[in-house]
Design a protein around this ligand. Structure first.
Ligand SMILES: CCCCC/C=C\CCC/C=C/CC(=O)SCCNC(=O)CCNC(=O)[C@H](O)C(C)(C)COP(=O)(O)OP(=O)(O)OC[C@H]1O[C@@H](n2cnc3c(N)ncnc32)[C@H](O)[C@@H]1OP(=O)(O)O
Length: 341
């Protein structure tokens, strides 16, 4: 699994064929020309490419919370690989079809009384998602419309740029006021009675710096948007207070876009993500990928070298009685909270 990563980082055939086309911030024709759709593994991931723009969307689509199961992890990797083989694509927007949850992190039900054949496969699939995102030749923009705890935060950190929704009472597609929603992001594992795996913790250190990461890891801090921005955990925060799409736009989009993507087309976070995707796509791919290698190759090599040991450690750690007890309690509380709504 390691070889494709570094070769993907080093230089892909596609780097020669870059012809990104400009599109303006509100140019919704981008969506109209989303002609190629790739659905994988029962559409756990929805993927659309626009070759003219050089940009693709990869939207996680596993209700209710985009929690990362073995199958979702595999679908993300499959989809990214398909996009990667298209030489006309330079940027990808990683998004969620759920407007309030980017990804709830690992599917915690995978961790409870696990099957001993499936557990290592599951962990491997998560490692692979990290490797494929962090080591991709593509510039990946995280459009974080909703919550991103734990491995959800890891997904975002493995991207090249992170845009987060800042909360507030935006309008829904049908013009009604939406309930205020303030997403959070962070590695909250200690709140579950477990620790973030070393490579995930180190990713936080590389993203926000040693001391802030040390504290955030110990406390399992989930940052609201502005705090995440101040810490450097996200690069941009977007509010939608003033955003109200016209009825014509809504009508046009209703006809043009599949349901799960429609709301995203109207979100400022998504529009900003396109702008950023375009910015990255304009840079010489060779230069961009070479600069990515400078900052990422060492840590990726280290992670790959310790991958098997990491899997072994994870499996034995998860199977410990105290860990199982903590996880069960956590899931019960999660379900209780959800039922009480
Ligand atoms: C020293 C070295 C040690 C090394 C140790 C090695 C390995 C250990 C590493 C373990 C790594 C872990 C990384 C992880 O990602 S753990 C998962 C952490 N995730 C969470 O804690 C998030 C839990 N979820 C929430 O907090 C909330 O759901 C939310 C994401 C904030 C969204 O809140 P809300 O919009 O209110 O939605 P609900 O709470 O009602 O949830 C809706 C629905 O989804 C289910 N669900 C939510 N999260 C998960 C999940 N992570 N897994 C599975 N299912 C989830 C929830 O139960 C609801 O479903 P029901 O309505 O059917 O109950």
């Amino acid at each position: 699994m390691a070889a494709p990563l570094l070769s993907s980082l080093c230089c892909r055939h596609s780097l020669r064929h870059c012809s990104p086309r400009r599109f303006a911030r509100n140019d919704l024709s981008f969506f109209r020309s989303l002609s190629t759709s790739i659905s994988s593994e029962k559409s756990l991931v929805l993927s659309h490419v626009n070759e003219d723009a050089g940009v693709a969307i990869l939207a996680m689509n596993r209700p209710p919370a985009n929690s990362l199961s073995l199958e979702l992890n595999e679908a993300i990797c499959t989809s990214l690989k398909e996009i990667d083989t298209n030489p006309k694509i330079q940027s990808v927007i990683l998004a969620s079809t759920n407007p309030t949850i980017f990804s709830a992190g690992l599917d915690v039900t995978e961790l409870i009384s696990p099957d001993d054949q499936r557990l290592p496969k599951f962990w491997n699939s998560l490692q692979q998602v990290y490797i494929d995102l962090y080591g991709s030749r593509l510039a990946i923009i995280a459009a974080i419309q909703g919550h991103a705890p734990a491995a959800g935060c890891m997904l975002a950190m493995a991207c090249d740029y992170r845009i987060m929704y800042g909360g507030g009472e935006g309008s829904t597609v049908d013009g009604r006021k939406r309930k205020s929603h303030i997403p959070t992001i962070g590695l909250n594992e200690t709140q579950l009675g477990i620790a973030a795996p070393p490579w995930m913790g180190q990713l936080l250190v590389r993203t926000i710096g040693f001391r802030p990461a040390e504290r955030a890891l110990a406390l399992g801090t989930l940052f609201p948007p502005m705090e995440a921005l101040i810490e450097g955990l996200v690069d941009d925060v977007i509010t939608e207070e003033s955003f109200s799409p016209s009825a014509d736009t809504i009508h046009a989009l209703e006809k043009l876009l599949p349901d799960p993507i429609r709301n995203q087309a109207l979100s400022l976070v998504m529009q900003k993500a396109f702008q950023e995707a375009e910015l990255y796509a304009k840079i010489s791919p060779q230069a961009r990928v070479a600069s990515k290698l400078v900052t990422r190759s060492e840590s990726l090599k280290d992670m790959i070298a310790s991958r098997e040991a990491d899997t072994e450690y994870f499996c034995s750690f998860i199977c410990q009685d105290t860990v199982q007890k903590n996880l069960k309690k956590y899931v019960e509380a999660l379900k209780k909270k959800s039922k009480s709504k």
